[in-house]
Design a protein around this ligand. Structure first.
Ligand code: UD1
Length: 417
C-alpha cells in the first residue's frame, strides 16, 4: 500500500505547472474512436485514469503511443465493441466510451460501473438520451447491450446538466442523421474542449459551453491535432494548499477564468490573487479568514470537485465556513478523516459547518480522489507529521503531486510498500 508522509507547517513558495485536464482528456480519448484516423493529443497528463482509457482504446483495436505529454491514437482499426468488466471497474467514467463505440460500431457492450464512494452515480440520463436517438438498450447480467442501426437526431432535454450525459449524447449525435439539440446541457469548460476536438475532426457542433448544443450529423473523418485544456481542479487544489500553508505560489499553464469561483472564496478569506494570461499568483495571509457559504453547483458555479480541498483550507482558518454539497449525495467522507487531524466540522445532511483551528498531524486515509487531495492540503498545513494512505485514489487525478509540492517547499515523501 502506498502512502505519503507529510511534515506539516512549511510555507509554500514558487511556481508550479498545471497539467492537462483529466476530465477533458478522458472524453477526448473516447472521441478518438470516431474519426477512424490519427489523433495527436498534447498536454495529456500521465494519470491512472488516462492509462485505463488508453487500455480500453487498445482493447478495442486502436494503436496508442505516448511520448512525453503527447498521446497519439490511431483509430483506423476498431474491431471490438465491448469494454471488459475489469476496465469498467478500474474507472467509473469509462461509461463515456458508450456513445463513441455505438457511433463507430453500431453496437456496444459495457458492464455497469456500479455505485461509487461519493454517491450512486446512476447513468439513467445517458441511457435515456441514447434511447431517444434510436439506440436499443438492454441490461443483461450486469452488462448493458446497445444496438443502433438507425440513429436519428432530435431534441434531447436533460433533466439535469450532467457532464457525462452531455458528453455521451454529443458523441453519439455525431453519428445521427439530421440535427440533435441537447437542451439543458452541462456548460463545463471540458465540454467546450470536446466540441473543439470534434470540430477539428469535422463534426458540425455549435453551442459547447452554453445550455443548448446543436449537432448536425456528419461523421467526423479528419485527423486531429489538439492540446488538452489546463486542469482547473488541479489548479484549485494548489491554490487551496497555498492558501492553507501561507506563502506565495504562482500557477503556470492555468486558465484563471475556469477557477473564478474558487479564487473568489480565497480572496474573501484574505488572499491576494492576481492573474495574467495563463498564470495565477496567490499571496496568502498569515492566517485565512472566514469565507461566505460555499454551495457546489454545475459550472459556472462552484465545482463539487474543489469542495474537499477548499474545506481542508477552511479547517485552518480563523472563523467559520458553511459548505453545501448539491451535486453528489455522499461527498463529505473526507470530513471524518479531517477530524482525525483536529478539524471542527459539523455535518447535517448535505451541509457542513467548518470552524477553523490549528490542525495536528495524524494517520488518515483517502476516501476518494478529491477527498484524498484535501487530506494532503490539511496535512501540509497541520503541525507535526501525517501519514496519508490509500494513494490509489489520488493517483487517478494528480500528476506528479508530491514532486510538484516538494518544488514549492513542502515536506512530503511517498512510500510504496
Ligand atoms: C463529472 C466529472 C466529475 C465531477 C462531475 C460534476 C468527469 C470524468 N468527471 O462526472 O469529476 O465531479 O462531473 O461536476 O468528467 N446523474 C444522474 N443520472 C445520470 C448522470 C448523472 O442522476 O445519468 C447525477 C449524478 O448522480 C450527480 C449529478 O447528476 O448527482 C452530476 O453528475 P455528472 O455531471 O453526470 O457527473 P459525471 O459526469 O459523472
Amino acid at each position: 500500500m502506498s502512502y505519503y508522509v507529510v511534515q506539516g507547517g512549511q510555507t509554500l513558495r514558487g511556481s508550479v505547472p498545471i497539467s492537462g485536464a483529466k476530465n477533458s482528456v478522458l472524453p477526448i480519448l473516447a472521441a478518438t474512436l470516431l474519426n477512424g484516423g490519427r489523433n495527436v493529443l498534447h498536454n495529456c497528463p500521465d494519470l491512472r485514469d488516462v492509462r485505463s482509457a488508453i487500455q480500453i482504446l487498445e482493447h478495442l483495436g486502436c494503436k496508442v503511443s505516448r511520448e512525453g505529454d503527447t498521446v497519439t491514437v490511431d483509430s483506423t482499426v476498431v474491431d471490438r465493441w465491448d469494454v471488459p468488466h475489469e476496465l469498467m471497474r478500474e474507472m467509473r467514467s469509462s461509461v463515456i466510451f458508450l456513445g463513441p463505440i455505438l457511433a463507430r460500431c453500431g453496437r456496444a457492450r459495457l458492464s455497469l460501473p456500479g455505485g461509487c464512494d461519493i454517491g450512486q452515480r446512476p447513468i439513467d440520463l445517458h441511457l435515456s438520451a441514447l434511447r431517444k436517438l434510436g439506440a436499443v438498450i438492454r441490461e443483461q447480467g450486469g452488462d448493458i447491450l446497445c444496438e443502433a442501426s438507425d440513429l436519428q437526431g432530435r431534441d434531447i432535454i436533460l433533466s439535469f446538466p450532467s457532464v457525462g450525459a452531455t458528453e455521451n449524447t454529443l458523441l453519439t449525435a455525431t453519428a445521427c442523421g439530421g440535427v440533435t439539440r441537447i437542451i439543458n446541457a452541462a456548460r463545463e469548460p471540458e465540454i467546450t474542449d470536446l466540441q473543439e476536438f470534434l470540430r477539428k475532426a469535422g463534426a458540425l457542433v455549435l453551442g459547447g459551453g452554453e445550455s443548448a448544443i446543436t449537432v448536425s450529423g456528419s461523421t467526423p473523418r479528419r485527423d486531429v491535432e489538439h492540446t488538452i485544456l489546463p486542469d482547473r481542479i488541479e489548479a484549485a487544489t494548489f491554490l487551496c494548499a497555498a492558501a492553507a500553508c501561507g506563502g506565495e505560489v504562482t500557477l503556470t499553464g492555468a486558465e484563471p477564468e475556469h477557477v473564478g469561483t474558487v479564487i473568489q472564496c480565497l480572496r474573501d478569506a484574505g488572499c491576494t490573487v492576481r492573474s495574467a494570461g495563463r498564470t495565477i499568483t496567490l499571496l496568502a495571509p498569515k492566517r485565512l479568514g472566514s469565507m461566505p457559504t460555499v454551495r457546489t453547483m454545475p459550472y459556472p458555479g462552484f465545482p463539487t470537485d474543489s469542495q474537499a480541498p477548499l474545506m481542508a483550507a477552511a479547517c485552518t482558518a480563523q472563523g467559520s465556513a458553511l459548505f453545501i454539497e448539491t451535486i453528489f449525495e455522499n461527498r463529505f467522507r473526507h470530513a471524518a478523516e479531517l477530524q482525525r487531524m483536529g478539524a471542527d466540522i459539523r455535518i447535517s445532511g448535505r451541509t457542513a459547518l467548518v470552524t477553523g483551528r490549528q490542525l495536528h498531524g495524524a494517520r488518515v486515509r483517502s476516501t476518494d480522489l478529491r477527498g484524498g487531495a484535501a487530506l494532503v492540503v490539511a496535512a501540509l498545513a497541520a503541525q507535526g507529521e501525517s501519514r496519508v494512505e490509500a494513494l490509489t485514489h489520488i493517483d487517478r487525478g494528480y500528476e506528479h503531486f508530491a514532486e510538484k509540492l516538494i518544488a514549492l517547499g513542502a515536506s512530503i515523501r511517498r512510500v510504496d510498500d
